[in-house]
Design a protein around this ligand. Structure first.
Ligand code: NAD
Ligand code: ZN
Ligand code: ZN
Length: 387
């Protein structure tokens, strides 16, 4: 089959690889009908995710038709049309019982997962996301093996197109979890740093839940314009004019906002000091967006971090978090927890996640697609690949 494989920084290829086969009795093999490129894939593309190996199949936002089922699979049969959460969870362990599916204790059996007995156990395995997260081959491919298939894959009604259902695999629940964690609702003020796909999904969910004043911060005007047109967001371009956090404070009677979402993560564009420290490996993550979030939130407010972080950040304003009594919520998304309600909201016409798609390409053009998304060419917002 054809699959998108990683070969080093900015080197992804579409290659012929062996077809996947059933390993465990609760696996299925899925024929992929649609798959998307995520901002998290860009961290891999830019060589920032450790424990990637040449030839690894990437991709974690995908859906398709069940092709084959293992002997113990009771929840699905060949021919079923499903979306697959990017988080692999068993549904039965200590943390799955707490609805903390991204903390599943049984799915990440990869040898490179952190298993030092002095440390906590690793979290869930993820599709196509390095050997730290289980080394499970991803879904930017014609076929993919799906472990824990009695729990993860979620049937979607034929009335929903692939494009409308696809983002249930990751970015829609991620935006939703970020907004729920932010504890905002009717009358609230919210700023979202990052107007990429995750920030836009958070904006859609915030509006649905009644957030009154919504700011979005980025430096790509075409993304900010889309957020203004579709979600009534007040755009702030952080390359122009006043410092973004200062501007948010000035516009909120110097109190700050009820909540701020970081939908950027550890590759946030930094100032000169950030860059020097990153280059010296003193700072593993850029704290540029996160520092702005901590500054812009009000006393007693919430900073909700959906963007991915790794390693250390210098000058982390913990004194401000303490002084203002700020709550910080973060983590991988517990996708399985939100799927039923989000599917209902899509069916009710309250969410149209597919509006953010800007490019549709065949899987065979994945190399060009990664380049375009990374470089923000052609006003790229979100790419769907079809095998
Ligand atoms: N928590 C989860 O489970 C989860 C799931 C999916 C994605 N993510 C993460 O969410 C983040 C966003 O994903 P995406 O698909 O939207 O990616 P993306 O790269 O398309 O979007 C990020 C946006 O942030 C902007 N940006 C960069 N520096 C900024 C700054 N200092 N201030 C404001 N904006 C800035 C960029 O211009 C870009 O538009 C990534 O880190 C991704 O890995 C997390
Ligand atoms: Zn993702
Ligand atoms: Zn589990």
């Amino acid at each position: 089959m054809k699959a998108v494989t990683y070969h080093g920084t900015k080197d992804v290829r579409v290659e012929n690889v062996a077809d996947p086969v059933i390993h465990a009795a609760d696996d299925i093999v899925l024929r992929v009908t649609a798959t998307a490129i995520c901002g998290s894939d860009l961290h891999i593309y830019r060589g920032k995710i450790p424990a990637m190996e040449a030839g690894d199949i990437i991709g974690h936002e995908f859906m398709g038709i069940v092709e084959e089922t293992g002997a113990d699979v009771t929840a699905l049969e060949p021919g079923d049309r499903v979306i697959v959460p990017f988080v692999i969870a068993c549904g039965r362990c200590h943390f799955c019982a707490m609805n903390l599916f991204a903390a599943c204790e049984t799915s990440n059996t990869g040898t490179k997962a952190v298993v030092n007995p002095k440390h906590v156990r690793p979290g869930a395995a993820l599709f196509g996301y390095s050997h730290l997260y289980g080394g499970v081959p991803g879904g930017q491919a014609e076929y993919v093996r799906v472990p824990k298939a009695n729990f993860g894959p979620f049937k979607v009604p034929d009335t929903l197109s692939d494009e409308r259902a696809l983002f249930l695999t990751d970015i829609l629940p991620t935006g939703y979890q970020a907004v729920l964690n932010a504890k905002v609702g009717p009358g609230s003020s919210l700023a979202i740093f990052g107007a990429g796909p995750v920030g836009l999904m958070a904006a859609a969910c915030a509006r649905m839940l009644g957030v009154e004043t919504l700011y979005m911060i980025d430096h790509h005007d075409y993304r900010l314009q889309f957020a203004a047109d579709n979600y009534g967001a007040i755009p702030i371009n952080f390359d122009l004019g006043q410092d973004a956090a200062e501007s948010l404070i000035a516009q909120s009677s110097h109190r700050g906002l009820d909540a701020v979402i970081d939908a950027v993560g550890f590759e946030a564009q930094g100032n000169a000091a950030d860059t020097v420290l990153s280059n010296l490996k003193i700072e593993g993550s850029s704290g540029k967006a996160l520092r702005h979030c901590i500054t812009a939130v009000r006393r007693g407010g919430v900073v909700s971090v959906a963007g991915v972080y790794t390693g250390t950040i210098h000058a982390f304003l913990f004194g401000d978090i303490f002084d203002k009594g700020v709550t910080v919520k973060t983590g991988q998304t517990h996708v399985q927890r939100y799927l039923p309600e989000l599917l209902t909201l899509i069916e009710q016409g309250k969410l149209y996640p597919d509006v953010i798609i800007s490019h549709r390409l065949p899987l065979s053009q994945a190399t060009e697609a990664y380049h375009m998304f990374d470089q923000h060419h052609d006003n790229c917002r979100k790419i769907v690949l079809t095998p």
